[in-house]
Design a protein around this ligand. Sequence first.
Ligand SMILES: CCCCCCC/C=C/C(=O)SCCNC(=O)CCNC(=O)[C@H](O)C(C)(C)COP(=O)(O)OP(=O)(O)OC[C@H]1O[C@@H](n2cnc3c(N)ncnc32)[C@H](O)[C@@H]1OP(=O)(O)O
Length: 718
Amino acid sequence: MAFYSRVSGSVGVITLQNPPVNALSAAVRQGIVDTMHRALSEPEVKSVVICGQNGKFCGGADIREFGANMRGPPLVPMIHLIEAAEKPVVAAIEGVALGGGLELALGCHYRIAHSKARLGLPEVTLGLLPGAGGTQRLPRLIGVPAALELITTGRHATAAEALQLGIVDEVTDHSAVDAAVKFAQSVAGKSLDARRISTYPRPRSPDLAEIFEKAMKEVRRSARGAIAPVTCVQAVHASVTLPYAKGMERERELFSTLFTSGQAHALQYYFFAQRAVSRWSTPSGARWDTSKPRPVHKAAVIGLGTMGRGISVSLAQAGLSVVAVETQEKQLLEAKQAVSGMLERSAKRRGVPLADDKIKYNCSVQAVADADLVIEAVFEDMALKKTIFQQLSGICKPGTLLCTNTSGLDIDELASQTQSPELVVGMHFFAPAHVMKLLEVVYGPRSSPEALATAMEMGKKMGKVSVAVGNCRGFVGNRMLKPYLEQAFFLLEEGATPEQVDQVLEEFGFAMGVFKVSDLSGLDVGWKVRKADGLVVPGSTGKSARIRGGSRYSPLGDLLCEQGRFGQKTGRGWYQYDKPGGRVAKPDPWLHGFLEEYRARHGLVARRIDHQEMLERCLYALINEGFQILQDGIAAGPEDIDVIYVLGYGWPRHRGGPMFYAGLVGLDKVLERLEHYHQVYPDVLGLKPCSLIRKLAASSSPPIHRWREFIQKPRSQL
Ligand SMILES: CCCCCCC/C=C/C(=O)SCCNC(=O)CCNC(=O)[C@H](O)C(C)(C)COP(=O)(O)OP(=O)(O)OC[C@H]1O[C@@H](n2cnc3c(N)ncnc32)[C@H](O)[C@@H]1OP(=O)(O)O
C-alpha cells in the first residue's frame, strides 16, 4: 500500500509501503493512485513527493505477482496520472529505484537521489523489458547510447552517474525525502511544460542507424540465445522512429511477447532460486534459521597455488585478517607478489580500498594456531590433505573450523583425521576463486549445523552465492558433470567431432562447449582422477578397452593424455592452439584422423548424429544425475542444483538451470527420451532413468516448487 501525509502544510507526501523493497504490488499501485488523487484534490497541497518506506524508494514491479492474474490499477496509466498532474511531483530516491521503480520516478517531474542510491532498469535480467514507459522515456531523457546500455545490460547506476547522465536532478548526502520536500516547495506553482519526459522530442542524431546496428550486433553476440536483450533494442528503437504514444504501443506489444516466454519464466525462477539457496536445510533437519554461525575474525589459507591465492584475496576483501601459508620460501614469495597484484587490480576495478595489509604470509603451518577458520587449499591429493588435517587438529585452538577446498574428495575421510570431526566442512571454490560467485559448502555426516552455518556465512561475506550440499563423490556440480562428459565422449566414438558437439551446446547457450572447457581446465585433471580410480588401463585392447565395471567406458581422454595433449596449456587437446597457452581453439585434422583410426580399431562405424540427439544425450544424462542427487538428499531442492549449474558450469541463465529446463521440456518427455536412449545403450548407466523422475512423471509432472514433496527424506546424517 501507500500512505499519505502532509508536510509543511503544502507538500503531500506519498510513501510506498511494501517491505522489503516496496515493490509495486497491486495494493501499492492502488495506494499510489488513491493518494495522488487526494493530493491533487487538496487545494492546500501545492506539490507532491513520492518516497519509499525504510530508506528504499522502490525495487520495481512485484515479481511475485507476475504469475497471477493482474489485479489493481495497471502501472502505465498510473505513471501517466503522475506525469499529467498539474502540481509538481518529486521522486525522493533512497536505496534503490529499479525497474518499474525507476519508471515511476521518470514519470515524476523531478528526481532527487541519495548519494548511496542505485538506479537501473534490470528487467532484461528477468527476461523482460522496461514495460512501463522506460524504453520510451529514458532515451528521450538521456539519449539513445546511454539508455541502450543501461536497458540492455540491466546494470545499476550510482547516484553520481545518474546525475551525470541527467536521470536525476540533484544528489544529497542527507535525507533525500527532506531534500525532495524542500525542492518541491521551491518549484510549487512553476510551469511543468518542460518537465514531462513523454513530451520531449524523439532522440535524433545522424548516427542513430549505426548506433542501433552496433548495439544489435553486440547483444546478439553476448546474449547467447537470450531474447530479452534483443527485444530491448527493438523497443528503444521505437522511441526514435515513433511518436511517444505509438512507441508505448510498440513497447507493450514487445513486452507481452517476452512476458509469456519460457525464458522470462526461467529467469524469474532463477532470481528467486538464487535467494532461496541461502535458506538451506539438511536431511537431519538442521536449518539456516536455527543454526548460529560462529564469529570469524581471523582466517588462514594453507597452500598458495592458484586456488589458495584467489581464496586469500576473497577473504581479505571480505575484511578478514588472513594468514597465508606456503611452506617453501620461494613459492611463498611468488604467491605474495601474485596476491598483491590481484588485490591491486581488484581494488582499482571495484573502486574499493586496497586490502593488501589484511594478509600476513608465513612459511610455517604453526602460524594458523589462532585462526578461527582455516581453509586448506593444497593439491587434490587425499594423502596430502589427510596429513595436513592431522597437523591442523593438533595446532589449531579449540573450536577452529577446518575447511578443505576440494572439488570432490570425501569430507568425512578428512574429518576422521581430526579430533573434532564436527568442525570439518568442504568449501568447493571455483576458479578463479576471487572472481567466481559460486561456492559449494559441503557438509559431511559429522559436520555440525554450526560449522555448516559458519561456512555458509563466510561464503556470503566473501560475496559468494553459497549452496549447501551433502558429501558424495564430486558433490553436486562435478557429479552431474560425469555423465554429461561421458556422453560427449561416446558421441565422438559414434561419429561426431568435438566441434560438432561443442557447437550444439553453444547454440543451446553454454558459454563454451564441453570439449573447449576440457581444453581450458586441462585434460590431465580428469586423467589423474581416473587413474586414482583405477579406470586408466594403458595399452588395453579389444572389448575390455571400452568397458569398466560392466559399464561402457570411453578411454579417449586417457589416450589423448598419453600423447601429452592436455589442452590449452600444451597447445593441443581436443582442438589445436597456435602455441602452448593459446586461447583460440581450432579444429585439429590430427584429432579427426585419430578418431577415425580409433573407431576402425574398435570396429565402430561412424554415423551422422543429429543435433537433437547430441543435445538430448548430453543434457538428459546430466539432468538424470540431478534427479538422483535430489533422491539421495545431496541437494535439498532443484533450486540448489540450478544455481550451481548456472553460476559454476556456464548453464545459460535464461534456461533456468538443468532441473528447471527439465520441467520446461516436460518430465514425461525427458523420461521418454532417457528410456529410449537407455534401450539403445543398455550398458550406459547414466541413461537409466532414476526413480524420482519416474515418480514425478507418474504424478502428472508437478511444478518445480512441489518436487520436494516427492523426495523421500533420506536417513538423518547430521
Ligand atoms: C504485468 C504488467 C507489468 C507492467 C510493466 C512492468 C515493467 C516493470 C517491470 C519490473 O519492474 S520487473 C522488476 C525489476 N526490479 C528488479 O529486477 C529488482 C530485483 N531486486 C533486486 O535486484 C534486489 O532484490 C534489490 C532490490 C537490489 C535488493 O537487494 P538485496 O540484496 O538488498 O536483497 P535481496 O535479497 O535481493 O531481496 C530482498 C527480498 O526482496 C525480494 N524482492 C526484491 N525485489 C523484488 C521485486 N521486484 N518483487 C518482489 N520481491 C522482490 C527478494 O526476493 C528477497 O526476498 P526473498 O526472496 O529473500 O524472500
